[in-house]
Design a protein around this ligand. Structure first.
Ligand code: HEC
Ligand code: CU
Length: 371
């Protein structure tokens, strides 16, 4: 294609590349044409209406209403059109496809670290299969960085205190640049790497070589190392809530609000346990903060481990309501499924304050499995 041959543009190697380029080129063409038009008319009128003897005082002139309306309505329609088009591209970039392959990334002055759920770790290099959506969950160890894949036309800031996610689907095998596109210190320009897009079979071969165990199993070791398991036992006897099936489920907090246990909630639960306390466990929570003890790599492993304990479907407004009406029910680790009627919560419904709702089909119910 013409754009791909134009040396100013990086290769188009993802499903989003042509969409981003089309929008960009349209904007360049539109603004270019309008600027040209403005300059040409300025020049033309300057000559045509130049000052001549006998014609020195300008005549008052009222433009026709229709002309005024035209220059209000036509540009407005064009701008609204651009807005709709750009939002459509933006939403597509923002919405991570469900069947994505999960990759974890940590940014650090001045390198990129990538971890695959199966345990492989890489620095400044990322291997991914072609034609498969890839979801990257990322955090920074220090300052703000930005992960940029020019050939995929996708980029996102990586922040020091929370997880962000981005995705892409490569359409061509090959090696493409990775840049940090947020000035992050002296060696910012050296914070570069390569993404290697492989055939699925090559990728499987690559995965098979050299791994120390999956991220979840590494996370399980850390779970013991940091003695999380002394409070989060697999049953109701522990001092902390059972973590089976917590990921993705609805959690009722001590102020009776309900939140969804997503990546950032799990992260905050570990780094700042007092910020959101599970109902029936305080405040204050007896869980100590692990801020400063667990680094970003280990946090991601703990997250992978918590995820591996089963997930639940995100709550619907109706099921959240049914949870709300149960707010007065006895709270604590002794609760039975009685708190939530299975018919109203359904499979994958919200996790009750006692933590015993059913999990997604095939998953063991919370509290039935030891970590
Ligand atoms: C001293 C006991 C204790 C230790 C040790 C402990 N926790 Fe907790 N944890 C709790 C309690 C109590 C709560 C519920 C109150 C709250 O939200 O802070 C909790 C809440 C959580 C939650 C939110 C659970 C939910 O149901 O919403 C997560 C996730 C979690 N802990 C993970 C960990 C991890 C990972 C570790 C180890 C790095 C750990 N905990 C160590 C006691 C502990
Ligand atoms: Cu950087």
């Amino acid at each position: 294609m013409l754009i791909a041959d134009f040396p100013l543009f990086p290769e188009q190697a993802s499903t989003m590349a042509s969409k981003v380029d089309a929008l960009y080129l349209f904007l360049v063409a539109l603004t270019g044409t309008v600027s040209l038009l403005v300059f040409v008319t300025i020049f033309y009128f300057a000559v045509k209406y130049r000052r001549r003897p006998g014609n020195e005082i300008p005549v008052d002139y009222e433009p026709p209403k229709i002309l005024e309306l035209a220059w209000i309505i036509i540009p407005s329609l064009i701008f609204v059109g651009i807005f709709i088009w750009a939002s459509w591209v933006y939403f597509e970039l923002a919405r991570v496809p469900d069947n994505s392959l999960q990759i974890y990334a940590t940014a650090k002055q001045w390198m990129w670290k990538f971890q695959h759920p199966t345990g492989q770790r890489e620095i400044n290099e990322l291997h991914v299969p072609v034609n498969r959506p890839i979801k990257i969950t990322m955090a920074s160890e220090d300052v703000i960085h930005s992960l940029f894949f020019p050939a995929f036309r996708t980029k996102m800031d990586v922040l020091p205190n929370r997880y962000r996610t981005m995705w892409f689907q490569a359409t061509k095998t090959g090696r493409y640049h990775i840049f940090c596109s947020q000035y992050c210190g002296t060696l910012h320009s050296g914070m570069i790497g390569w993404v290697v897009v492989m055939d699925p079979t090559d990728y499987q071969k690559w995965l098979a070589g050299g791994s120390e165990g999956s991220m979840a199993s590494e996370g399980e070791k850390l779970f013991q190392k940091y003695a999380c398991n002394t409070c989060h036992t697999g049953d109701a006897t522990g001092r902390g809530p059972v973590l089976m099936g917590v990921y993705g489920s609805s959690v009722m907090l001590s102020d009776n609000s309900i939140i969804t246990a997503d990546d950032n909630y799990i992260r905050e639960s570990i780094l700042d346990p007092q910020a959101k306390v599970v109902k029936g466990f305080g405040p204050p929570s007896v869980m100590p903060t692990f801020q400063g003890q667990v680094n970003e790599d280990d946090l991601l492993k703990l997250l992978a481990y918590v995820k591996s304990l089963g997930t639940q479907r995100v709550t619907t407004p109706e099921s959240a309501q049914s949870l709300q009406t149960n707010a007065g029910a006895p709270v604590g680790q002794t609760a039975s499924p009685a708190g939530i009627s299975p018919s109203s919560a359904g499979p994958g419904g919200p996790r009750g304050p006692g933590g015993s709702a059913t999990t997604t089909a095939g998953q063991p119910a919370r509290g039935t499995k030891k970590p």
